[in-house]
Write a protein that binds this ligand. Structure first.
Ligand code: SF4
Length: 479
């Protein structure tokens, strides 16, 4: 039948799972079981709905050959049952139901299970475990925050509607005039942050603070000094033969000084940012009614960029940020929130925590959970070739893995459970294409602030759901 003969229906309040904002106000028009129009979707969402709507891939493949779903499930179960050290990795593009099924399968296998958090906000999670987190919902930010700081993240690029819906432009119960009642600050590396914008319309921040790349820790130290009322100094760091040693010893001295609440002027760093801007920022922080720092991977550092002596770069930096925020609560109400990238990476952390007590990098080989990022992180295990079979539940962070890990994945039996819009750049042993959450699968996902959102399936799909496939594999492993 010609396309125009089908009726168009519009589904309102559809949540988008393309990024951690999970905006739940999209209007999706559907005709002949196809998405034909979107309202309030940002460019990332438009691309996501377009690519995820593809139906050209077979449901199941083994070594690139189309097979029945039953055959693919049987092959996957056989591979995982025979493996001595299986790895289950990904989970952030699934929903709670799929994540729960993946964790139960990992428990059954005695596998290591890791989420994509280990490739992005893992250092932040470890800092939060050490320091605690001054937390809030995005609704609280919308209603109360009159100072909004983005640190190490470019919201217009990664979360295009974050400012519009939650943090900068909306009118709130205590923010009657929306944008004009808020002060917005961007902090990032010099040469980059000057080009950052708050949304795709090019909205500018009120204050932009460029800092030397890699000096976030020093800037936080200086801010903490200002908030505590200590004088700051531009004295040079103590001399030392090796520049790395000098940097480490200065950092160690700073950390110990900060942790003990004492200050040694001799180890004060050179200012890594304009000291007048930092003084202004410290004043804004202590005098606002309610402030928040949204921080991203520019602050934590990409795990992929780490050096062997520092497996979780950014952990100490985030620790210091959380300490600063905790101390700001002496003056006012202040929060720190992570800008989570992948749609349901927050849910993946939550579900793994419910089952094992730990949010990522968990080994279940001994029949009880062991948590050790670095040892049990997917990238480390794969790079060391400590894995002999891998189940990828979503492969969107494959490109973030090290080249050694990517090479291992190409050599060991790999099972990829992928949505239509993603594909590994090589042919996995088993590929099962599943129905995308938020398009043709419902369920629950967690927004970046930990608020659960119920999804709507706006079209039907011939692809099975993640949870169903994982349960079928588990049934065969068990049998
Ligand atoms: S900001 Fe994120 S959740 Fe919101 S519409 Fe864009 S991609 Fe979707």
């Amino acid at each position: 039948m010609p396309e125009e003969h089908f009726e168009t229906t519009t589904v309102c309040h559809v949540p988008c799972t393309a990024c951690g904002c999970v905006c739940d106000d999209l209007a999706v028009s559907v005709r002949n079981n196809r998405v034909v129009a979107l309202e309030r979707a940002c460019p990332i969402a438009e691309e996501w709905f377009a690519t995820q709507s593809a139906i050209d891939r077979p449901v199941a493949q083994i070594e690139g050959q189309t097979v029945t779903l039953e055959s693919a499930v049987a092959k996957a179960a056989q591979i995982l049952s025979l493996a001595d050290a299986p790895l289950v990795y990904g989970l952030s593009r699934s929903n709670t139901e799929g994540q729960r099924a993946a964790v139960l399968l990992a428990e059954m296998l005695g596998a290591t299970i890791d989420t994509t958090a280990s490739q992005c906000h893992g250092p932040s999670i470890m800092a939060i475990q050490e320091m605690g987190e001054s937390t809030c919902s995005l609704g609280e930010i919308r209603n109360r925050a009159d100072l909004v700081i983005y640190w190490g993240c470019h919201p217009a690029e990664t979360h295009p509607r974050h400012a519009e819906r939650y943090a900068v432009f909306p009118v709130g119960s205590r923010i009657k005039n929306g944008r004009s009642d808020r002060t917005v600050v961007l902090i990032g590396h010099a040469g980059l942050v000057e080009h950052w914008r708050l949304d795709r319309g090019g909205a500018m921040a009120d204050l932009v603070v460029p800092i030397e790349p890699g000096s976030d820790f020093e800037v936080l130290t200086e801010l903490l000094s200002l908030v505590r009322g200590w004088p700051t100094s531009d004295e040079p760091a103590p001399s030392c033969d090796h520049p790395n040693t000098a940097q480490r010893s200065r950092r160690a001295a700073l950390e110990s000084g900060v942790r003990s609440g004492t200050k040694d002027a001799a180890v004060e760093p050179r200012s890594a940012a304009d000291s007048r801007e930092l003084a202004k920022l410290a004043r804004l922080m202590t005098t606002c009614q309610c402030g928040v720092v949204f921080f991203g991977l520019g602050l934590t550092g990409m795990v992929a960029d780490r050096d062997p002596g520092n497996p979780m770069p950014g952990q100490h930096t985030v620790h210091l940020l959380l300490k600063l925020v905790a101390e700001l609560n002496v003056h006012t109400r202040f929060f720190a929130r992570r800008m989570r990238i992948y749609g349901d990476v927050t849910g993946a952390d939550n579900v793994l925590c419910w089952h094992t007590g730990y949010p990522f990098s968990v080994n279940l080989a001994r029949g009880y959970p062991r948590y050790n990022p670095g040892e049990f992180s997917a990238d480390d295990l794969l790079a060391r070739r400590d894995v002999d079979a891998c189940l990828l539940v979503g492969s969107e962070t494959y490109s973030l893995l090290s080249s050694e890990s990517q090479s291992t994945l190409r050599q060991i039996p790999t099972i990829a459970i992928e949505n239509p819009g993603t594909a590994l750049p090589f042919e996995p042993t088993v590929r099962i294409t599943t129905s995308p959450c938020g398009l043709s699968t419902g369920g629950t996902v967690y927004r970046m602030d930990g608020v659960p959102i119920s999804l709507r399936a706006v079209v039907t799909s011939e692809y099975p759901e993640d949870a169903a496939v994982l349960k079928q594999i588990a049934a065969q492993v068990n049998g």
